[in-house]
Design a protein around this ligand. Structure first.
Ligand SMILES: [Zn+2]
Length: 283
């Protein structure tokens, strides 16, 4: 499941191909992904210029000059590939559509953007830009982790008195948008906070410390994605998936990486999801 850094990496990879460019052809090759695709999607996209390509939580939002915004969600297995003529560094040949290539956008710069999704848990939608915030997938989302609204006082206020484990509280998309299982584990490890501790029982000082820590783990992963993007441009044009080494996630039974900590990473299950943490330095 792509997390925020992967989605941000895909967005950055798409910017040179799509931003400021006009969609000259839109080939919608099936009626649905996870949900039905919007009616007359091809007609509504063809001729539209992409004014800006943004990200909200794990959604890529292409604002069009038609007054609509194209929403892209990668779901579990969604992939985006860029091919076609040289745009920036992209020099991949546009090939004949492959199995699971569901939506193909040809841009006026010569790039072809292909949405491929074998399991079809992904989604695409077209929404009136003025109504974007009310869209069911976007309404109620908390602040972006990099936004000013995600501040230390905000998080302290939001977690005060909460009787759920801090890990669950941070996964709550109403608290902070786009944070997923991997990066919550990483942030709690770096902040040395036990994932089992009730959110309302973590001191304000330690909760406040989480804000810069969450930003740091996401920024590092995005930076790793950026370097993978450069590699991918030389290979198959697929955006966004990269090897990134985690300090705690997926490291069950291995030594804790906190300086001087003799602990061993342990895995537990919380709300049906794996949590990796160090019982020695995370309190
Ligand atoms: Zn440790």
């Amino acid at each position: 499941m792509p997390e925020l850094p992967e989605v941000e990496t895909v967005r950055r990879g798409l910017v040179p191909a799509m931003e400021g460019r006009r969609i000259v052809a839109a080939d919608i090759r099936r009626p649905d992904l996870r949900w039905p695709l919007p009616e007359k999607m091809g007609e509504r996209l063809t001729g539209a210029r992409v004014l800006a390509l943004r990200r909200r939580s794990k959604y890529i939002l292409g604002e069009l000059d038609t007054g609509e915004t194209l929403l892209i969600h990668l779901g579990m297995s969604g992939r985006i590939l860029i091919s076609g003529h040289a745009v920036g560094d992209f020099v991949h040949e546009a090939s004949t559509p492959q199995k699971h290539d569901h939506v193909i956008l040809d841009m006026d710069g010569g790039a072809r953007v292909t949405m491929n999704d074998a399991r079809r848990f992904g989604a695409m939608d077209l929404i009136a830009t003025k109504d974007l915030d009310a869209h069911p997938l976007l309404a109620g989302l908390g602040p972006e982790p990099f936004g000013n609204a995600f501040s230390e006082p905000y998080l302290v206020r939001r977690l005060a008195g909460r009787k759920t484990p801090i890990k669950a509280a941070l996964l709550d998309q109403k608290v902070v948008a786009g944070l997923g299982n991997i990066y919550v584990c990483e942030a709690l490890h770096r902040a040395r906070i036990s994932p089992k501790r009730l959110a309302g029982r973590v001191s304000a000082e330690r909760v406040g410390r989480l804000v810069p820590v969450i930003r740091a783990v996401l920024e590092e992963a995005i930076a790793a994605g950026g370097s993978s993007l450069r590699d991918h441009r030389q290979t198959d044009g697929e955006l966004g998936y990269f090897q990134h080494s985690f300090r705690v996630y997926g490291r069950e039974g291995q030594p804790c990486m906190t300086d001087g900590c003799p602990g061993e990473v342990r895995r537990i299950v919380q709300s049906g999801r794996s949590t990796f943490y160090c019982p020695v330095c995370q309190r």
